[in-house]
Write a protein that binds this ligand. Structure first.
Ligand code: SAM
Length: 232
C-alpha cells in the first residue's frame, strides 16, 4: 500500500508530451526556474561530483548544469523514451567527464548502491507511481555523505509568496497568480505529501524548506557516521 499524493496529477497520471515539453523547457518561464535551481546547485558541488537527475525530462536543466560545471559527471534518467530522445538531441555537443541519458524508473534505479554524490529530482516526484519505493532507491544510490534535492511546487504558497516571486522575476503579479493557480491543483504538493512518503520510506528525520517563495526543496542527507539517512 503506498500513499496517494494530494495533487490530482498522481491520480490521473498524465504524461507531458516530450516535444511540447522540450519546447517549453527551452522557453523563458522554465528557463527562469532552471536558473534558480542552477543557482542553488552549481556552487555547492565538490569538484568532479557525480549527479543523477531523476525524471530529467528533456534534459535542459542538465545541459545548463553541464555548461556551468563541466567538471561534474551527469546522468539523466527518465521513464519516457520520448523525453530521453529529446534530451539526447538537446545535449548534442555538450561534454564533460560523463554525460549519460538512461531510460528507467525512479522506483528501480539501474545503478549500483552508493554511486552518486547528489540526486536531483525537479517537478517529478508528483508524477511517480510509487514515490516511497523511489525515495528508498534514491537513498540506496547515494554515497555516504551524499544528498538528494527534491524540488516541487508548494501548493500552500500564499498570495504574498506569489507576489514576491513575481516581483523578483519582474513579471506581472496577476499573470504569475493565474499561471500558478492553473498548475497548483494538478502539480503542486502539500507538506503532508512529503510527510507520508518519507515516513513510509523509513526516513527517520526530515524537514522541508520553502525556497524561491513558491517551491519546496526536500534535502536527503546520508550521515556517513551513523549510516542513518535523514532529511533536513
Ligand atoms: C514535469 S516533468 C519534469 C522534467 C524536468 N525534471 C524538469 O524539471 O523540467 C516530469 C518528468 O518525470 C518523468 N517521470 C514520471 N514518472 C517517472 C518515474 N516513475 N521514473 C522516472 N521518471 C518519471 C516524466 O516522464 C517526466 O519527464
Amino acid at each position: 500500500m503506498h500513499p496517494r499524493l494530494t495533487n490530482r496529477c498522481s491520480r490521473i497520471e498524465p504524461e507531458p508530451p516530450p516535444l511540447l515539453y522540450a519546447w517549453l523547457a527551452r522557453g523563458t518561464w522554465f528557463g527562469r526556474i532552471y536558473q534558480r535551481y542552477l543557482g542553488d546547485l552549481a556552487g555547492n558541488q565538490p569538484q568532479g561530483a557525480r549527479l543523477l537527475d531523476v525524471g530529467t525530462g528533456p534534459g535542459v536543466l542538465m545541459g545548463q548544469i553541464n555548461r556551468k560545471r563541466p567538471d561534474l559527471s551527469l546522468v539523466g534518467l527518465d521513464k519516457s523514451y520520448g523525453m530521453i530522445s529529446q534530451a539526447r538531441r538537446v545535449s548534442k555537443g555538450l561534454g564533460g567527464p560523463l554525460m549519460a541519458w538512461v531510460v528507467g524508473r525512479a522506483e528501480a534505479l539501474p545503478f549500483p548502491s552508493a554511486f552518486f554524490d547528489l540526486v536531483l529530482a525537479t517537478m517529478s516526484l508528483h508524477h511517480w507511481d510509487h514515490p516511497v519505493a523511489a525515495v528508498v532507491e534514491i537513498m540506496r544510490v547515494l554515497k555516504p555523505q551524499g544528498r538528494a534535492w527534491i524540488y516541487e511546487l508548494n501548493r500552500d504558497a500564499s498570495l504574498r509568496d506569489i507576489k514576491n516571486y513575481a516581483r523578483e522575476e519582474k513579471l506581472p503579479s496577476m499573470l504569475v497568480y493565474l499561471v500558478f493557480n492553473f498548475v497548483r491543483w494538478h502539480s503542486a504538493l502539500k507538506e503532508v505529501d512529503f510527510a507520508q512518503v518519507f515516513h513510509r520510506a523509513g526516513v527517520p528525520e526530515w524537514q522541508l524548506q520553502q525556497v524561491h517563495h513558491i517551491f519546496w526543496r526536500a534535502e536527503i542527507q546520508i550521515d556517513a557516521f551513523s549510516g542513518r539517512k535523514r532529511l533536513q
